[in-house]
Design a protein around this ligand. Structure first.
Ligand code: NAP
Length: 314
């Protein structure tokens, strides 16, 4: 076994086998089953429970954690700072392009201008207590669901990449990702060096197959957000899908596990960041990394029709 603090291809820095196997995120190797921290602020009245979820994340072999300053107005970042030690070897991925708006109709407002991107990276560095954020996603507003850019928040990708690459040169950012982008924007950004793309995508909302394929060709990680269909009412839920439920029953697993395992099986560059504030769900999501399908089950899941992800999150 590798000594603690040294990640390897097959085990994390804590020596835990990687759930879902190893995957590439920029120039790093992480477990393909990661964790999304957007649900954690639900535990704002029970900080110990939120920290326990994050400690369990690393114990289970997850070393890729997605966050944002606007998750709980800094709370997710503060919890990450408190829960993780350097020897855990967690690759924290944050995002810029929006700022917290705790009193708004939804708790995020667009912050797309280059000086806002820089200020947001500084906010993340402060709240995470870090000198560098390993990966920062430029969260655009090109595609739904949710916010769209208007007025001075409509900013050209080249102007944004100029400040993102400058911050990478300065060492504040380890690598650059993109989120909520079109195929055209991704193509324009690739020469800048893109580690990952986060768009809304799941077994039941597969509108971005062409972008996923381009990412696979370019060795860019595809890190779908809403991999289960989100906690928002009105979004199609993977766990409601009859074919998913039938497969879960046949495999003695849960519908959520089937949906996550399908994503891992769908393409080798897929990484999972399911969001949960529930320890049992976390364990189930990690276990999904080992779920295998026979050909008939896979064919039934592949045949599930894709639905639109375009709903209002208001
Ligand atoms: N780039 C972006 O713009 C962007 C946007 C949104 C989200 N994200 C990231 O993507 C991550 C994932 O998205 P998400 O959290 O919104 O949605 P999601 O992962 O699709 O779904 C989360 C919902 O599923 C439930 N859940 C999780 N595991 C489950 C299980 N094993 N069985 C049953 N239910 C389960 C959660 O409830 P419990 O808490 O009760 O388990 C929660 O209601 C976020 O956490 C965030 O880090 C990125």
């Amino acid at each position: 076994m590798m000594p603690t603090g040294t990640p390897s291809h097959d085990t994390t820095a804590l020596g835990v086998p990687r759930p879902g196997g190893p995957g590439r995120l920029g120039d790093r190797t992480v477990s393909r089953v990661g964790f999304g921290a957007m649900q954690l602020p639900r535990l704002h009245d029970d900080r110990a429970a939120a920290i326990a979820v994050l400690r369990r994340v690393v114990e289970l072999g997850v070393d890729h954690v997605d966050t944002a300053q606007f998750y709980g107005d800094g709370l997710s970042n503060a919890l990450i700072r408190e829960a993780f030690r350097p020897e855990d070897g967690v690759v924290v991925v944050s995002k810029v392009g929006g700022d917290p708006d705790p009193d708004g109709p939804i708790p995020i407002r667009p912050a797309q201008r280059p000086e806002e991107l820089r200020a947001s990276v500084e906010d993340n560095l402060r709240s995470l207590g870090a000198d560098q954020i390993p990966v920062v996603n430029l969260r655009r507003l090109d595609v739904g669901p949710g916010l769209r850019a208007e007025g001075d928040q409509v900013v050209d990708i080249d102007d944004q990449l100029a400040v993102m690459t400058a911050m990478r040169d300065e060492g504040k950012i380890g690598a650059i990702g993109l989120s909520a982008v079109t195929l055209d924007v991704l193509r324009r950004a690739i020469p800048a060096g893109i580690a990952c793309v986060q768009n809304a995508y799941s077994l039941v909302t597969r509108g971005d197959e062409d972008m996923l394929a381009l990412c696979a060709d370019e060795r860019i990680a595809w890190v779908p957000y809403f991999p289960l269909g989100s906690a928002f009412p009105g979004m199609p839920k993977v766990t409601d899908e009859p074919a998913v439920r039938a497969a879960a029953q046949a495999l003695d697993s849960t519908p959520a596990q089937v949906g996550l395992a399908w994503l891992l099986r769908h393409a080798p560059n897929v990484h999972l960041i399911p969001g949960t504030a529930d320890l049992g769900h976390l364990e189930a999501n990690v276990a999904a990394g080992a779920l295998a399908f026979d050909d008939a089950t896979l064919a039934a899941l592949d045949a599930v029709p894709s639905r639109s992800v375009e709903i209002s999150l208001d």
